[in-house]
Design a protein around this ligand. Sequence first.
Ligand SMILES: [Zn+2]
Ligand SMILES: [Zn+2]
Length: 396
Amino acid sequence: MKEDVKGLYTLILEKKELFSDLARSIWENPELAYQEFFACKKQFEVLEKLQFALPVNPYCGLETAYRAEFTNGEGGPTVGICSEYDALPGLGHGCGHNLICTAALAAFYALREVMKKENIAGKVVLFGTPAEESYGGKVKMLEKNCLDDVDMVIMTHPSARCIQDAGSTAITRYDVTFHGKAAHAAGSPELGINALDAVMLLFNAVNSFRQQMPDCCRVHGIVMDGGDAPNIIPEKASCRFFLRSLEQKWMRKLDERFLNMVRGAELMTDAKAEVKLFNIPYKGRLPNKVMNESFYEYASLLDMEPLRPSVPGKGSSDFGDFSRQKPGVHFYFAATTSPAAGHSAEMREACNTPFALDQALRASAVMAQICLQFLTDAGYRQAVRKDYESASVKDS
Ligand SMILES: [Zn+2]
Ligand SMILES: [Zn+2]
């Protein structure tokens, strides 16, 4: 493999105008989960300008999912690159997914150019994955076996720091509604069943359990509905909880324990619980150590000043499910040099700056270089696979 990461970055810069227009226009037109029609159209336009065949869309039964691919030569491995492009309610591109799709397309383009020039055999698949922030487009796509013919998956995400993939937590989200019986709170309270008491007992149970939770877990809830008036025993009260864990084993324990607590609140109050999943559960991410180290090496060569994480990542992403299916890595590039939080107005503004775009394009060169190494080096593929298998066994 003659191409190096600096050469890939230079190659990508030749199309900088196209990529910067893509990043800016999607940032200016934020779309929520499964409504990303403009973002798809813009990405397809760019792919067409770069002389790619039109993607398969809709894909896996999702209107705003797509699959684009190209093959070079005979045989060879298949690598997958993930594009994300959904925005946040009320916050626009506060998670910077406008830069994720831009970096994904840039890497896709660079790979084709180099594979053609250097006669590298293999296939590259670009996955358009909608609704990451809420409804788990990738989980839905996996139900249709989208990764069956792929040997590894990769993506990059903006952050306040350029940092390796630190993993992410599995998440289950519950909506719990308790149904009781209304009664005059002063005149005939003995006729009522207090649904709000059930909600409060559930919160207390979760808070008591918190002391015995390991650090890999996080649980947080809000009250959605606490009744109508103090002089009416609340007939209905509801709450929403997010349960997270870095370990699948603890995710299962959290789920079980939480549902038992709901049962307990029922028994203590006579209110009846209605439990629904809010959005699809995501699995925790398994960062591939071998590809994570390659990221560190190549990002250093491009002066991105990468860091190694000191603690595991506590957020959640549907790439977790992808990384459980096939070896995967999800590293971060810096969209800003200030300490902006993810999902904030500061991060949104940062994700539309020339600095952020440049870092996204550097990250795309890093992705392309990792893919090239995977495509051309059997020993590397073996090492990637081995790490994936041992991590999967350790956390199943
Ligand atoms: Zn986000
Ligand atoms: Zn995100």
